[in-house]
Design a protein around this ligand. Structure first.
Ligand SMILES: Cc1cc2nc3c(=O)[nH]c(=O)nc-3n(C[C@H](O)[C@H](O)[C@H](O)COP(=O)(O)OP(=O)(O)OC[C@H]3O[C@@H](n4cnc5c(N)ncnc54)[C@H](O)[C@@H]3O)c2cc1C
Length: 201
């Protein structure tokens, strides 16, 4: 399977990125793009959280519910996005325009990668370890990591989104980071012209 963009990680940042990319499918520059998300959720920070302080999320909503409803939201509205379940990325190889992503079960070709796997110091994806550095916003005692980046770009063709990009750990910030990366990718597809994906009521 070959993608234009493959998102790694199905948490706050990864699913937000997928929703914005998916919602742009009416734009001519995005209509033919093949998008996928490796929907691994076993290691999400959301799993143990209770979310009372996120705009638009009903107070009392659990992170487990958000993980489930995010997948349904994506498949109901943007079914053209492939959700790859029960696979974990172990390695990436290649250069911009021609990456291979290796999971514990399969391999996928993609032109662009979005890494949204959270800031755990158990990070073990071969091909990205050279970009790992201590997290700049979280307390050193937590020993979290981030990927070196400038404006979410790790290196050509590889974006990082969410808390792994160096942001402090709040749901809205992680989601906003994923959405930001999506609009940067859309601008690239649109010949460098900034673009938004909006629906009108
Ligand atoms: C207990 C707890 C309570 C919290 N409460 C709040 C709160 O009340 N309000 C608030 O705003 N924020 C809260 N947060 C913070 C919020 O959950 C995080 O900031 C947010 O989930 C970070 O989003 P992310 O996408 O960067 O990472 P995550 O949501 O952790 O997503 C990362 C995803 O990557 C996947 N992944 C990891 N490794 C791989 C791999 N090798 N291959 C493929 N996929 C992989 C994981 O399974 C996961 O789905 C809480 C966090 C915790 C832990």
């Amino acid at each position: 399977m070959s993608y234009d963009v493959l998102i790694i990680g199905g948490g706050a940042a990864g699913m937000s990125c997928a929703l914005v990319l998916g919602s742009a499918n009416k734009a001519p520059f995005a209509a033919d793009k093949k998008i996928g998300i490796i929907m691994h959720q076993k290691a999400s920070a959301l799993a143990n959280g209770l979310f009372n302080n996120v705009l638009g999320v009903q107070p009392g909503t659990t992170g487990k519910e958000i993980l489930e409803s995010g997948k349904t939201h994506l498949s109901d509205l943007y079914a053209h996005i492939d959700q790859i379940e029960r696979e974990k990325v172990v390695k990436i190889d290649g250069v911009s325009g021609g990456f291979t992503i290796f999971t514990n079960k399969n391999q996928y070709k993609t032109k662009t990668i979005v890494v949204a796997v959270g800031p755990s110091n158990l990070f073990s994806i071969e091909g990205l370890k050279e970009y790992v550095e201590p997290h700049q916003s979280l307390p050193p005692a937590k020993e979290r990591i981030q990927l070196k980046n400038k404006d979410h770009i790790v290196t050509e063709g590889i974006y990082v989104a969410g808390i792994l990009a160096g942001w402090i750990s709040q749901f809205s910030i992680a989601a906003g980071s994923g959405a930001h990366v999506a609009t940067d990718i859309l601008a690239k597809w649109n010949d460098g012209n900034p673009t938004v994906a909006h629906d009108i009521a």
